[in-house]
Design a protein around this ligand. Structure first.
Ligand SMILES: C[S@@+](CC[C@H](N)C(=O)[O-])C[C@H]1O[C@@H](n2cnc3c(N)ncnc32)[C@H](O)[C@@H]1O
Length: 203
């Protein structure tokens, strides 16, 4: 009984575990999610509606981004692109189409259920130039100076150690590499008790 209580208390204070549990549910059961996700949200955020409609529903229904990082950066044929916090793989798939067969995309996400869904999605659209890595952004399994472009859609607000995550992005980007980030910012008006509520990190 004491062991069970310790485990439950430990889980409540472990932000990455809570974030992982939340996004595992979005990967496996998007229809039950209360957060605004899916193809309609992608269109509101500026993704091309025709392109969204032409993708399989399995790609778009677990889309949980907060912006459209690909609209902020040039992605060229042959580029190496990192999609950090790649989720179900929407940005990875769109980037892979832009880089073409001579380029490649590495998606990084620490939720196994998201990685599985993204791998199935990439196979469903017939792309061979995307690889997903199950890893935390705080320790990206990619050598230094490797990527031309890093994309990030809704990841940094979920990271407890933002300087460490940012340092990793700069480590893996080539000199002169481009970094496009869509994220949420904390405004002063958010009450401190809400900031302190750890469950809110995954909302
Ligand atoms: C808001 S979702 C966005 C997913 C995707 N970018 C999209 O636009 O649909 C954030 C994703 O980042 C992943 N994530 C959160 N914190 C992470 C971390 N520290 N390292 C790696 N992945 C993380 C989650 O598992 C989730 O899939």
């Amino acid at each position: 009984m004491i062991e069970l209580l310790k485990r439950l208390i430990g889980r409540q204070t472990d932000i990455p575990s809570m974030v992982r549990e939340r996004f595992a549910r979005i990967a496996t059961n998007p229809g039950r999610e209360r957060r605004r996700i899916g193809p309609a949200v992608a269109k509101e955020l500026g993704y091309d509606p025709g392109e969204i409609d032409r993708l399989p529903e399995s790609v778009t229904e677990s889309f949980a981004g907060v912006g459209n990082p690909l609209s902020l950066v040039e992605v060229r044929p042959g580029d190496v692109v990192l999609d950090l916090g790649s989720g179900a793989g929407l940005d990875s798939i769109l980037a892979a189409r832009k880089v073409g067969p001579s380029g490649r995309v590495h998606g990084i996400d620490f939720t196994p259920e998201m990685i599985e869904r993204a791998q199935r999605n990439v196979a469903a659209v017939g792309l061979a130039n995307v690889v997903f890595f199950e890893s935390a952004i705080e320790a990206i399994p990619i050598p230094n100076d490797n990527a031309d472009v890093a994309l990030c859609n809704g990841l940094f607000n979920l990271c407890p150690d933002k300087p460490k995550a940012l340092a990793e992005v700069y480590r893996v980007l080539k000199p002169g590499g481009r970094f496009a980030i869509a994220d949420m910012l904390l405004e002063d008006s958010v009450p401190p008790e809400m900031v302190a509520r750890k469950g809110a990190w995954s909302d």
